[in-house]
Every structure is written in C-alpha cells, then in structure tokens.
Ligand binder design. Sequence first.
Ligand code: IDP
Length: 153
Amino acid sequence: MQQEQTFVMVKPDGVRRGLIGSIVARFEQKGFALAAIELLQIDRELAEQHYGELRQKPFFGELVDYLTSGPVCAMVWQGEHAVENARALIGKTNPVEAAPGTIRGDYAMDIAGNIVHGSDSAASAAREIGLFFGKHAAAQRMDPYAGEFGHGG
Ligand code: IDP
C-alpha cells in the first residue's frame, strides 16, 4: 500500500491547554506512524507563508496573531491516505460543525481557536513539511500494520 506523509500542527491554544499528548495518541491509535515532531515558536513570516492562500481573508491578521501567540507542535505523520485520514480525524474547520469523536469536535468550541491543523492535499503537505522541517527531512517509517501476520504492507 502507498505510504503518504502529511503535516499536522497543534496550534498554540492546543499546546497551552496540554492537548499535545491526547492529539498524538489519537494519531497513533488510528494507525499513523510519527515521522517528525518539534515544539517551536514560529515567527510572523512563517505563519504568513504557511497560511499564504488565506492572505486576502478578513481574519488573516487575527490568524497570524493566533498562530504566533505561543509555541506550536509541528508533526509529520505517515500512513496510507495520510492526508485524508488526518483530515477525517481532525474534523471540520468550524468546531461547531465538527462531529463528536473528531479532535476539533471533542476539544474545541470556536473557529478562531480550533487547536489543530492538517494539510488539505498531498501538494500542501509537501509544501508545509518543507516549510517547517526544511532540510531536516522527516523519517521514512514502515507501515505500522505491516509485519509477520501479513497485514497491510
Ligand atoms: P482548515 O484549517 O480546516 O484547513 P482553512 O479554511 O484552511 O481550514 O482555514 C485555516 C484556518 O484559518 C482555520 O483552521 C482557522 O484557524 C482559521 N479560520 C478559518 N476561518 C476563520 C474565520 O472565519 N475566523 C477566524 N479564523 C478562521
């Protein structure tokens, strides 16, 4: 099966609220393999680049303030259909609409504080992984389901 990588980030409100562990656990339990993780304080330039597609939106300034308001936890997760599986696990952009059982559905209340980011396409994932991890390439992980019992792989 095709292994894909996606970029996921616990936003500053998620870090402040002590949710890194819970979010990491959900990705592990789902079957993703962690390929990179770093806690970092991002500057406005990186936040603006990351959300470059939203530059024209009225909330762009507020979004950059939010993303730079404290450390974020940047991660690369790997697995089959990683981009789509991560989006499903994270839930809809607006926590009001995110189903219970999803990360945003369970842990967030408002669109301006939706605690986690996940790439929306393979192309976005490649761009975002490059932006955050640059030359420190994410590890290539084995499919966690592959092994002696013949699942996956
Ligand atoms: P996504 O994060 O689910 O991919 P996008 O539409 O790409 O959703 O929006 C990126 C981020 O911008 C959202 O996760 C949220 O933090 C923020 N955002 C989106 N819409 C609004 C809004 O109407 N007000 C404030 N922030 C918003």
